[in-house]
Design a protein around this ligand. Sequence first.
Ligand code: SF4
Length: 474
Amino acid sequence: MLRLLMSTPRNNLLQKVWDAHTVRELPGGQTQLFIGLHLIHEVTSPQAFAMLREMGVPVRFPSRTFATVDHIIPTDSQKRPLADALAEEMMVALEHNCADAGITLFTPEGGQQGIVHVIGPEQGLTQPGMTIACGDSHTSTHGAFGAVAFGIGTSQVRDVLATQCLTLDRPRVRRIEVTGKLAAGVYAKDVILAIIRSLGVKGGVGYAYEYGGPVIDAMTMEERLTVCNMSIEGGARCGYINPDDTTVAYLRGRPCVPEGEAWERAETWWRSMASPPDADYDDRVALDGKALAPSVTWGITPGQSVAIDEPLPRVDAVSAEARPALEEAYAYMGLKPGRPLLGTPIDVAFIGSCTNGRISDLREAARVAAQGRVPAGVKALVVPGSQAVARQAEAEGLPGIFQAAGFQWREAGCSMCLAMNPDKLVGRELCASSSNRNFKGRQGSPTGRTLLMSPAMVAAAAIRGRVSDVRELL
Ligand code: SF4
């Protein structure tokens, strides 16, 4: 990756959106920022509502708050009461809190439930130029629309519920230009994994990432959502892409977007928020998109990845400072430095999550799955990101393709991404996963191991029973 220049930022999207939502600058240099959209779910909101009740404070803007259930919801049967008593209790608490405060809740019964970062865009709630907060790390996803969107903790969820504001430091902005054109079999997931590998998992600390360039411009909204989703894995506070014709076309006709003259006004404002071609940034880097190959993580952070045709890094080839992290990752993963990852047998394949559980992900994975059959001993799950994604997939016959290839077709939810539900790895199982985190124990077993990759690569690994190069199947 090539570092290009440094300058003082003037008029990029982040600055414009930040200024438009600034209530006031605080004496310590922080900003009191108005939050246009607050998304909540069952895991990080109950304590926040309890704190409000204790203080006797109502929800300030119920009309700007939307809720869904995603983390704990089972994906085999969502029939109420849920089989797991704790999950049912959390579901009931969310229902009561939302009903009390007059907040719209997307439930399985209503047909619009799904992962919070899938339903926001799907419903047209996520719009350019907005500030968006949610008690979930991957809120950066919504930046794909040119929104400034970030994850917050439980006490901040309370603050937003009570005041619709947050106190924040304004991040610096790094422009990441992805040049050229992606080859067949190389996806948005490979782009973001390559960016994180190059800049590091802490490289984005203090920054917002603005993604641009020909590769990003050519992406669909769903691909852009994948890229922005993992900004947080590179340490960035948020990540965004400037709104353009693709953004506007995606939003047109969605349930929560304005209509008529209000649409015209909104579209003009959305487009005015985009960084101009001569915008200034705190930092600029470039990545050659045509040089990218399918990527797979081999370690315990999303920055520890290789191209599928590349050997695993040798410990003696890195600096003494970098060695302990590699040694820890190899010890946990049980992989050998210098050897290829290609051909490594897997136990589980997971296609889903807010990174890669959208319809285009499932279409691409089904195209690969149709070419083989999951071998005995490998468990393969496909979990749509929302009920709307599931309905679209069903209309296109995708569940039948997956099931014929030996995959299980499940109901919408976070599933095995975080395993706060019954979908968990067992023991040291190795999982090819389209999710976003490969931390130790992330998928439900304290010793479980995760290889992050694109959904098409997961499908290839599933039908071959080992890590494979999807380009051989396309
Ligand atoms: S899919 Fe995973 S990362 Fe996304 S919201 Fe659910 S648990 Fe969080």
